[in-house]
Design a protein around this ligand. Sequence first.
Ligand code: EPU
Length: 434
Amino acid sequence: MKKYVIRGGNPLEGEVRISGGKNAAVAIIPAALLVNGVCIIENVPVVNDVILLTKIMSNMGAKVSFLDKTTLRIDSTEIHTCAAISELVRKMRASYYLIGALLGRFGNAQVGLPGGCDFGVRPIDYHIRGFEALGATVTIEHGIVNAVAENGVKGTSLSLDFPSVGATINIMMAAVLAEGTTVIENAGKEPHIVDIANFLNAMGAEIRGAGTDTIKIKGVKELHGGRYEIIPDQIEAGTYMVMAAATGGRVKVSNVIPKHLESISAKLEEIGVTVEEDDDFITVSREPSQIMNKVNIKTLPYPGFPTDMQPQMSTLLCLANGTSIVTEGIYEHRFKYVDELRRMGAKMDVDGRVCVITGIEKFTGAAVTACDLRAGVSLVIAGLCAEGMTEISNVQLIERGYEDIVEKLRGLGASIGISDDEPQISEKTGENAG
Ligand code: EPU
């Protein structure tokens, strides 16, 4: 099984180019099913979730191919099935977007219930209520969601109980070709929601208000092909910013939209890290001797502090002076990684959605296991600044969302290798087992 082996202690220095947004890509790719023509999608991150989706879509009849490393061509003119029920579908969360896209275009979808990172119950009831409000009958049998709009999808007004990212995007997709206008109140405002709306508008949709609480979708008859470039990944950028701070280095994080990173930059500055913003890059630096301050964080929907940066920032706070409190406002169980960080010396106490972090002087390398995408990358952060060697297993979870992470980190001077062998380091000492 593939593992990362990291020798900690190198301050990261240099420039890292951020890839296209993973959570934007995994929605835009299924959204191409709504288009009766060819979509050319640029700045696609080549991560495991994207590859899975391209396979699922190809199995449905879409012609999907990479024109170069990051440019994807999708021709959805001839889709021969509205069913996506293979095991591939259950391997990822974003497969739920196939329901909105298929329902929107064909009035009919049979899609396996999604999988994805496990941090508690992750229902899709808001999505389903949205599809029902649009005129679909939705049933779940044998793990498959069946959505059928016998009389076509009809515009409606609805309000989400919570500004769910997935439900906002999915309802938007199901509504673009509807008869009449749909209004989504209490919509999510995340940058990738705006990106999906911009993609659909570039293909002929009429969506207004994405990025605010109220999104209006005027149904159109058909979407046409076109070209679109995905926005940079906000969370990948934030992760490298934290890595620069944690290792006491200086990193230029390029190809970013600094506005999307404001809540992350603000917390880093509160911690005592230097953050310099420019048009499309951010430079993050910290002298290794510079002490970091404790801070409190609560994760919230955008523009609040993102839950997808909670594990990374909590890992950084382990090295701050004093006691920090991190409250998880989105998920019930997003502190599962804490047990693994404790193996590396972290002092973290979890009570439900709250984690109390007492600062330590340093992490010490150990053999640890990634339990989900962001949890996994947090172990990488700890490993980069730990004393000794860290060996991380289950890294395929990290590669679900971080393009070329090993190459990018090596480019910044990290000592990180890939191993397919048996454990190389002793759990006791964190050093080479010899
Ligand atoms: N929720 C419901 N019912 C629903 C939908 C959501 O109760 O029908 C709850 C969820 O259980 C959760 C909250 O509402 O407690 C927010 O969930 P949301 O729908 O916003 O999340 P999601 O669409 O399932 C996306 C990202 C996640 C990210 C969240 C929040 C994708 C594929 N996933 O998930 O990304 O954490 O938004 O920003 O876009 C990640 O990239 O590591 C990741 C987990």
